[in-house]
Design a protein around this ligand. Structure first.
Ligand SMILES: [Fe+2]
Ligand SMILES: [Fe+2]
Length: 193
């Protein structure tokens, strides 16, 4: 599914279930970061008109997801906690060398975004299937549906703006690298933990 090379161990859901407040806070900040990434792509690559239009729409959508999660936190009588470090993303962003041409930089950022979307979507699917809390499972099912095309959108733009063959090779290499990172994860009550 989603091209990912290592599926998440479903036992990760058992860890999540013990601390729903924690996963919701972490998740809210994932939506905030998705919003920030879209804004940052607009700032860095303003001449890519189609991408700017798409990112403008995405900012709205991701921020509305943030609100959905924040509403859920309030509904359950909690308060949004502080943002946590995302070890997964920190590790992932080390893959491509810094520098290179402007196109390379754009392609690398789009591929990172595609992969983070794909993994998040996989985690949402797992939550939607395995959570005993049926109300929350349904919440994640609906979110998964609206997240599902973000990964293909980012990958599509990487292929459109970069050299197709090079991009496909980079994508496969990034997927291999991500699978290695994932081997040590699946142990925390965070979306990518
Ligand atoms: Fe989202
Ligand atoms: Fe997304």
């Amino acid at each position: 599914m989603l091209g990912l090379k290592l599926p998440t161990d479903p036992r990760w859901v058992n860890i999540v279930e013990k601390n729903i407040e924690e996963i919701l806070t972490d998740h809210a900040f994932c939506e905030q970061k998705a919003t920030s990434t879209a804004i940052s792509l607009i700032v860095s690559f303003p001449e890519y008109t189609e991408l700017v239009q798409e990112m403008t729409a995405l900012v709205k959508e991701e921020m509305s997801h943030f609100k959905m999660v924040h509403d859920k936190i309030i509904e359950r009588g909690w308060t949004l906690g502080r943002d946590r470090k995302d070890e997964y993303v920190i590790q992932l962003l080390k893959f491509f060398p810094k520098g290179g041409s402007r196109t390379d930089q754009l392609v690398h950022r789009l591929l990172y975004a595609a992969l983070i979307e794909a993994r998040s979507c996989e985690r949402f699917r797992l939550l939607s299937e395995e959570l005993k809390d049926k109300e929350l499972a349904e919440f994640y099912r609906r979110l998964m549906v609206s997240e599902a095309n973000h990964y293909t959108m980012f990958l599509g733009y990487a292929r459109k703006y970069g050299n197709r063959e090079e991009v496909d090779k980079k994508w496969q290499d990034l997927l291999d690298y991500e699978a290695k990172i994932m081997k040590d994860l699946g142990t925390k009550e965070t979306i990518h933990g």
